[in-house]
Design a binder for this molecule. Structure first.
Ligand SMILES: [Mg+2]
Length: 329
């Protein structure tokens, strides 16, 4: 038997511009793999990320090489051994989960013992901008009780001005502040003491990976590792300042390994955020499964796009609903 599959690049227009510390973009570029077996098809989508030296072309080539070297469909367990953590493995892992559901005419809840899908409150991201624009944006999205703000470092006090502007607009909101590695020690020590009073519950990846030794715990504010965390091995290398990890399937290389990481992190009393790269509903669907076990959910990708997949995930304001089977799983 030969394996039948299709890999392709897909893109989605962002609603406006998305700006973080590393730059701005107006389009999401993703990869999609579709597997066919016994009349059934399984699909998976993932978003390669330049921060981790990934490209669309390399990721598609990695999937094609993996499948071309096999005479039978690989298993989710076997690709954990053969492929590195990242977007390529994530797309293939997602397609294998979906194919298993479609082949057996079941849902993913039948494949994971004890799994019950319930709607989850997702954070809504306000990308970095001038303080008055972020203030106005925060007022426009009053239906979202959990906001994620992008900080960008640089000029003295600018991130504090952005945070204060949003806090003034939305004293009711809980805030995740994500610096995407943009802060140095001076920025951290000057802003950290004000965070709790400004409504921040999580400070995400303030300092660059491997240049974060100055971080210390902050009263009542969790420090969350994002760029510093990829797979299970990276968890053990984190300093004690981190009390939370941001698990994204494009970093872990799929739902299968994400579930292993969640168990490992919980044994170490680390809280969990389940996040995403900016992407469409097909990327969010397997992440929603892992999100059932998370303390915070940040899966707002489709809310920030102008277009989405057919049979998209429904968001009732901040309440993210389970993916329909026609989409995935
Ligand atoms: Mg982040």
């Amino acid at each position: 038997m030969t394996i039948e599959w299709k890999t392709e690049a897909v893109s989605y227009a962002i609603d406006g511009e998305f700006r973080i510390s590393r730059g701005a973009k107006t389009q999401v570029n993703a990869i999609r793999v579709t597997l066919h077996e016994s009349g059934a098809s399984g699909v998976g989508e993932a978003v390669p990320y330049a921060r981790f030296n990934e490209s669309i072309e390399d990721s598609i080539a990695e999937i094609n090489d993996t499948l071309a070297s096999e005479s039978l469909l690989p298993t989710r367990a076997s690709i954990l051994q053969k492929m590195k953590p990242g977007a390529a493995r994530n797309a293939l892992d997602a397609a294998l989960w979906d194919l298993e559901c479609k082949r057996n005419n079941c849902r993913i809840t039948d494949l994971i013992p004890g799994l019950v899908l319930t709607p989850r409150t997702t954070a809504y991201t306000i990308s970095a901008d001038a303080p008055q624009n972020m203030h106005a944006h925060a007022l426009r999205v009053k239906q979202y009780p959990l906001l994620k703000l992008k900080a960008i470092g640089g000029e003295d006090g600018a991130d504090l001005a952005r945070l204060s502007a949003v806090r003034e607009a939305r004293p009711d909101a809980q805030i995740i502040l994500d610096a995407n590695e943009a802060w140095d020690e001076t920025a951290f020590t000057s802003i950290a003491p004000t965070l709790q009073s400004l409504g921040v519950v999580v400070l995400e990846q303030p300092a660059p990976e491997k240049r974060d030794t100055f971080l210390t715990k902050i009263d009542s504010v969790d420090i969350c590792a994002d760029e510093s965390i990829t797979d299970i091995h990276s968890i053990s290398r984190l300093s004690d300042a981190y009390t939370m990890i941001n698990i994204k399937l494009d970093k872990t290389g799929g739902l299968t390994h994400a579930l292993e990481m969640i168990e490992f992190a919980k044994q170490r009393d680390l809280k969990i955020m389940l996040g995403c790269m900016l992407g469409a509903s097909l990327s969010m669907a397997p992440a929603f499964i892992a999100a059932q076990y998370a303390d915070y959910v940040d899966l707002d990708g489709p809310l920030l796009l102008k277009e989405d997949n057919e049979h998209p995930i429904v968001y009732n304001d901040s309440q993210m609903q389970p993916p329909p089977s026609a989409l995935w799983g």
